[in-house]
Write a protein that binds this ligand. Structure first.
Ligand SMILES: [Ca+2]
Length: 448
């Protein structure tokens, strides 16, 4: 299915679109029909189209269409997307840098095959502590952690980390400092056997959650995917959806048919596939190639030499990346580590052309207890076309009564709370005044 070519600007309940802003917009299905599900991955060329080739082929076609319709080509070209679209944006920033003046990458799954395997690892952790069974007699992943238990974890994170940015306001801006402050083993009470009232977690549940946040590993302890930061957004409904519902559906199918070489098409699919996936023998298949599938998933899905943005930089291009720090599927730790590599590759400071804006509390591309409504595309256009580098980007909550409300905005926030999103590694620090307004905060280097 080809989605309507509106052009997302990022965030939840967007107030505009690229089309409304006057852009010519192109949208594609990346070379496969959605109705086929992941089985398109059995075709080697369809894998490459999905990974990078569709964008590479369609961009010149879009330019030609614009030239035909308007009598001249585009003045500027932009690429934007969230999730797998954020991955496409990061791939385009490296593979197609000459084609774009501005790149907007949201919650990018730029290591998507690794993240998908990590989802299967998560399923195995949740299955070990599930208390209920599915109709088929398998562990019900949703029963591993109740909403009340995840709310408990979020509350304990807030107790330890909320005030580190100068204000206890339900938003953990200083995620880096929280890393050493919050300890799930010490800070979450341990239940006696059988207690599940949301006031504690059993020791096995603590261990399962700690394993997932530490990052997927094989039996030798070698990392398969990034760690995740503990953050207040772990109580979000989108967090549950990705952690507990997605592994048997999206992730199992993608790993089996698109990312494994050779494909694992003959195994039982769904939850049995997720639970039977061997982190030692099967996970290396995402890095494998053979005579039929000549590129590995890591090759066709991830940006080659991801931190090398020299081509984009040297042509005057600009890049904005944003990521919810409570994204349950693609870790903002992975994006922060990528940005550190970009900084290092540019003498320690890449902010002249590439900036990363963490969104505290936000789940996957939107939602969670967060100020998740923002216009990243407008900020990018101002940077590219007027040289106005974004020192901060104002984000709003979508509380009760707003046009597209987010039910997870806490009741003690103003429904229209605003906050500055800050270029990493800066954090929004409270400077005094109305605690509901962005003007009472400033982007500052984080206190350790
Ligand atoms: Ca705070």
């Amino acid at each position: 299915m080809v989605l309507p070519a509106l052009g997302g600007i990022g965030g939840g309940g967007p107030r505009s679109s690229a089309l409304q802003m006057g852009f010519a917009v192109i949208s594609s299905d990346a070379g496969h029909a959605g109705s086929m599900g992941p089985r398109f991955g059995l075709d080697p060329q369809a894998r490459l189209d999905y990974g990078y080739n569709a964008v590479a082929q369609l961009t010149p076609m879009a330019r030609n269409l614009i030239a035909k319709a308007y009598g001249r080509g585009p003045d500027r070209s932009y690429f934007g997307g969230c999730s797998n679209g954020g991955r496409h944006a990061m791939v385009a920033a490296v593979r197609s840098a000459q084609q774009y003046d501005g790149i907007l990458a949201g919650d990018p799954g730029f290591n998507l095959p690794k993240a998908a395997v990590a989802q299967l690892y998560g399923a195995q952790q949740y299955a070990a502590v599930a208390s209920a069974k599915t109709p088929a007699g398998l562990p019900d992943l949703q029963s591993a952690f109740t909403p009340a238990e995840m709310k408990l974890v979020a509350d304990k994170v807030l107790q330890r980390c909320d005030a580190l940015d100068g204000l206890a306001d339900g938003i953990v801006s200083n995620v880096q400092a929280c890393r050493t402050r919050f300890d799930i083993q010490a800070d979450v009470p341990t239940c006696a056997t059988g207690t599940r009232d949301g006031s504690c977690l059993s020791a096995p549940r603590k261990n399962a959650l700690a394993n997932v946040f530490k990052g997927a590993r094989n039996s030798a302890g070698q990392p398969i995917y990034s760690s995740f930061p503990f953050d207040a957004g772990v109580s979000g409904s989108n967090w549950r959806e990705w952690k507990f519902a997605s592994p048997p559906t999206r992730d199992a199918g993608a790993v089996a048919f698109i990312f494994s070489t050779p494909p694992l098409a003959d195994r039982p699919q769904g939850l049995p596939f997720a639970l039977g996936f061997d982190m030692d023998r099967d996970a290396p298949r995402i890095a494998a190639a053979d005579g039929v599938f000549r590129e590995s998933a890591l090759s066709f899905m991830t940006p080659p030499d991801a931190a090398n943005l020299g081509a984009l930089r040297d042509r005057g291009g600009r890049m904005i990346v944003y990521h919810g720090t409570s994204d349950p599927v693609f870790s903002s730790d992975d994006t922060a580590a990528w940005y550190a590599r970009v900084q290092a590759a540019n003498g320690g400071d890449a902010s002249s052309f590439a900036r990363y804006f963490p969104v505290p509390g936000m789940n996957h591309c939107a939602g969670g207890p967060a100020t998740d409504q923002f216009d990243m595309l407008g900020a990018l256009v101002d940077w590219v076309e007027q040289g106005k580098a974004p020192a901060s980007i104002t984000a709003s909550a979508r509380g009760a009564g707003t046009p597209v409300p987010n039910a997870e905005v806490p009741a003690d926030w103003s429904p229209q709370r605003t906050r500055p999103l800050c270029p990493y590694p800066q954090v929004a620090a409270y400077t005094g005044g109305d605690t509901e307004r962005a003007s009472s905060f400033a982007c500052k280097p984080p206190s350790p």
